[in-house]
Design a protein around this ligand. Sequence first.
Ligand code: FAD
Length: 506
Amino acid sequence: MAKLWKCEVCGYIHKGERAPDQCPVCGVGKELFSIFEVAASAAGPAPRAWRCTICDHVEQGEEAPSVCPVCGAERSLFEPHKERKPPRVAADVQRIVILGAGIAGVTAAEQARAASPYVAVTLIGRERRVPYYRLNLTRYLAGELGEEALPLHPPAWYADQKIDRFEAEVTAIERKRQEIVVDDGRRLPYDRLVLANGAHAFVPPILGATRERVYTVRSVEDCLAVLAAAKGAQERSDSPQLRCVCIGGGLLGLETAGALARRGLAITVVEGFGWLLPRQLAEPAARLLEAHLGTLGMSIRTSAKVEEIVGDEAAKGVRLASGEVLPAELVVIAAGVRPNSYLARQSGLEVKSGVIVDDRMFTSDPAILAAGDVAEHRGVVYGLWPTAYAQGLVAGENAVGGSLEYRGAPPSNRLKVLDVDLFSIGEFTPRDGSYAVLERSEGAIYRRLVCRDGILVGANLYGDTSLAQLCKEGVEGAAQLATQRELVERAPELARYVEERGTSRA
Ligand SMILES: Cc1cc2nc3c(=O)[nH]c(=O)nc-3n(C[C@H](O)[C@H](O)[C@H](O)COP(=O)(O)OP(=O)(O)OC[C@H]3O[C@@H](n4cnc5c(N)ncnc54)[C@H](O)[C@@H]3O)c2cc1C
C-alpha cells in the first residue's frame, strides 16, 4: 500500500513509505508533511471515505488523514463518510471565469473542473508566463532553483484539464451584465466569477522610493529586475562588494536579504520594530535569529526608522532618522503586501482591506466568489500560500454549486533560504493573565509554547522545529492538551502544565 504525503506549505505530493527529508519544491523539512491519502492496493479492502466535520471536505482512504488538506483540522475531527456526494452542479452555472492565475486561481480552476466536466472554465492572469510557485521566488533569487522549477503545471496541463487559460489584464467587472472587461476590449460573460487576483507589494511613502534601483519582490519579473540591476551595478562599481539595504525585517524581507547575501551582496536589513519578525517571533527567538544572520555576513539594524532613499536618478543609499546614511547600490523594500481589491471596490462589492467573503468564499454578490490574498475572511487577510490554496479549492467547488466551507486557520510561518529552522503559529504573546507561557532555551534553541484553558494556542520554535507538525495540529485542532498524548510526551513543560491544571482543579 503506497502512502501519499502532502507538503503543508506548497501542496507537493510525495509517494512513499515515509515523508521526504525535504520538500523538493519549497524546501521545508519532513515535519511539514502529512499523510494525504492512503491508496488501497487492488487486493485490499475497498477504500472508505472520511468527511471533515469542520469544512465538509471528503478524503478517500482506509483511515482519515492526519490533517485535513483543506482546513487543517486534525484527524479526530473526521467522521466516516460512505460515499463522496457528487457536487450538485447548479443548473444556472455554465461559465466560470477566474480572475488571477496564482495558486488560488489555479486551484479554483482545477477544483471547478474536478467538480464538473461540463462547465466552461476560463483562467485569466496578467503575468506573461505560465502560473508558478510564487512562494519559491526567494529560492529562485538565491539561485537555489532555476526558472524551469517554478511552474505549477506544464503549459499542456491546462489544455488537458479543459481550462481555457490566457494572459491579459482585466480592467473592470460589470456586475449587472455579469461580464468582465479585458484590456484588449474583450468582454467575457460569467455565471460565476472567482476573484483570485492576489496582492501587490506595499511601498510606504518614503522619500526617494521612486528612484532607480529601488525594488520590491512579488513576481518573477521583479526577481529578474533585481538580478539584472545587481549585475549592472557590479559592472559599474569599483567597490569590491555590492551593497544592498533591505527595508523591512519581516519574512519576505529576510528571505530576500538572505537570497541576495547568497549572491555575494553585502546586506543591511533595516527594521523599525525592536526585533526581527515581530509578528512571528518572541524577542528571545528573534535575538538568536539576529545572531545567526550576523554569521552569514548580514548586518541588522532594529528600531531604525528610514527617512529617505538618497541618490540622484538612482539610489545610492538609505538615510535613517538618526542621520546615518547606509550606502547601497541596491535598495529592496519589503514592507508587506496589500490586496488587489481595486476592481472589486470599483464594482461596488463589499471591501475592507480585502474583498469580504463568507465561509463559502462568496462575496457580497452571489455570482462572485473570492479567494487567496485578495480575500478578507472573518476579518483576516492571510497573505499565505496554504490559505490561498485552501480558499481556492473551496471557491472552485462552490462556484459550480458545491457547499464546502473554509473556517479559517491560525497563520503559521517558516523561513526559507536562510538555513534557519523556525516555526511560529497562533498567539504567542499573552493578552492577559489567562495565558500560560512555557519557555525553554538551550544554546541556539528556543521554544515557547503558549496555552490557555488547557489548550495550546500558540508556539514559537527556533533552532529545532521537530515539534512543528504536532504544534500545528494542536493549535489548529484546539483540542485539550490532555488528549494530545504525543505532543505532551515530547514536551515535558506541557506535561507539567497539564498535571498542574489537573491538580489545581482537583
Ligand atoms: C517571494 C515570496 C515568498 C513567499 N513565501 C511564502 C512562504 O514561504 N509561505 C507562505 O505561506 N506564503 C509565502 N508567500 C505568499 C504567497 O506566495 C501568497 O500568499 C500566494 O501566492 C497568494 O496566492 P494568490 O493566488 O492569492 O495571489 P497571487 O499569487 O498574487 O496571484 C494573483 C495573480 O492575479 C494576477 N492579477 C492581479 N490583478 C489582475 C488583473 N487585473 N488582471 C489579470 N490578472 C491579475 C496577478 O498578476 C497574479 O498573477 C510568499 C510571497 C512572495 C512574493
